[in-house]
Write a protein that binds this ligand. Structure first.
Ligand SMILES: NC(=O)c1ccc[n+]([C@@H]2O[C@H](COP(=O)([O-])OP(=O)(O)OC[C@H]3O[C@@H](n4cnc5c(N)ncnc54)[C@H](OP(=O)(O)O)[C@@H]3O)[C@@H](O)[C@H]2O)c1
Length: 303
């Protein structure tokens, strides 16, 4: 495999930059943000997931494409990247993108610990920081509630030492909502990450109201049900009632999520700069109100 250097990445990036950008009416405005309840720090509402889409080799072309995606995120005022040691090469690719010129200070780096035992957990968290080329990890989450008590204790220690800023718990299925609710009450993390979308609305029942009650920030994963929502609407025009607040199906799905009052940030994954630009568009303009949200659900359920 060819090793890339900074010049290769810049050359490949220049070729990508020549691609047409999706125009945004709102380009000059600031992306919506939400306060993290524990600190009041503002977090932009659209982030980026890296599962599968950043699990690529470190060739110049692959890194240039990921850099272009992250540049679009930060250019439009976004900051959050979500990854995990479970996502194979993704943490290293984030480090490569930072080495290729993305300003680490513009990023809110969220990763996870996904192993058993205190020593292995600490080693994995240190390795994540090394791979991502960062001294401080903004958010360390216990992936899928694996060995939660052990890792939360280690994360708290690292927070006291200033090496991790926030703690979190994640899961991605409705069958785990009862367990994450219990752990939210026991461990009081500053963040949770959970599945929520027009196709998976179970979090509305218990997890999202509990997060509001406890003052826990919410990241939303699987916003497109890993892409399945786009298949549901394939070949269909956006309904007229949505055209005041969405320019695309992606924005329709994301605005449904960020218009829930418990949600802090949504993390759609993409391997394509133009999809990143499309998704970022959901961070601007009007949001659906409660009546419109009901209409979106009714419409989606009729498909
Ligand atoms: N347990 C956990 O902690 C957990 C579990 C699941 C997910 N997550 C996190 O949540 C993130 C998001 O979830 P996910 O990766 O499962 O899937 P997702 O974000 O629901 O969907 C990603 C898919 O949507 C497509 N897509 C993205 N933007 C699009 C657009 N504007 N138009 C059309 N297609 C678009 C992508 O394809 P293209 O590449 O072609 O754009 C990709 O196939 C993950 O990457 C990960 O960071 C965490």
């Amino acid at each position: 495999m060819k090793n890339w250097n900074r010049r290769d990445v810049l050359a490949a990036g220049a070729a990508l930059a020549a691609l047409p950008r999706i125009p945004f009416a709102a380009e000059a405005k600031t992306m919506m943000s939400r306060p993290i309840p524990s600190s009041s720090e503002a977090l932009p509402v659209i982030g980026l997931g890296t599962y599968e889409v950043f699990d690529v080799d470190s060739s110049a072309g692959e890194i240039a494409t990921r850099k272009e995606i992250v540049d679009r995120l930060t250019d439009m005022g976004g900051s959050l990247l979500d990854t995990s040691p479970m996502y194979n090469r993704s943490e290293k690719v984030i480090g490569d993108v930072i080495n290729a010129g993305v300003n680490r200070d513009k990023l809110f780096l969220a990763t996870k610990v996904w192993t058993d035992g205190r020593e292995d957990g600490i080693a994995q968290m240190n390795r994540s920081a090394d791979l991502m080329n960062t001294e401080i990890i903004d958010l360390m989450q216990v992936h899928n509630l694996r060995d939660t008590a052990v890792h939360m204790a280690s994360i708290r220690e690292s927070q006291e030492e200033g090496r991790i800023r926030y703690s979190g718990l994640t899961h991605y299925t409705a069958s785990a909502h009862a367990a994450i609710s219990k752990d939210m009450q026991t461990f009081k993390p500053e963040f949770i990450q959970i599945n929520y979308s027009l196709g998976e609305r179970e979090a509305e029942q218990q997890v999202l109201p509990l997060a509001q009650e406890l003052g826990i920030a919410v990241l939303v994963n699987r916003p497109f049900q890993a892409g399945r929502l786009f298949s549901t609407v394939a070949g269909k025009e956006l309904p007229d009632f949505a055209k005041d607040f969405a320019d695309s199906w992606g924005q329709f799905f994301l605005k449904f999520i960020i218009s829930h009052p418990a949600v802090t940030c949504v993390i759609p994954a993409t391997s394509k700069p133009h999809h990143m630009a499309d998704n970022l568009g959901a961070g601007f303009g009007e949001l659906p109100d409660a009546t419109m949200r009901d209409r979106m659900v009714e419409y989606f359920n009729s498909l």
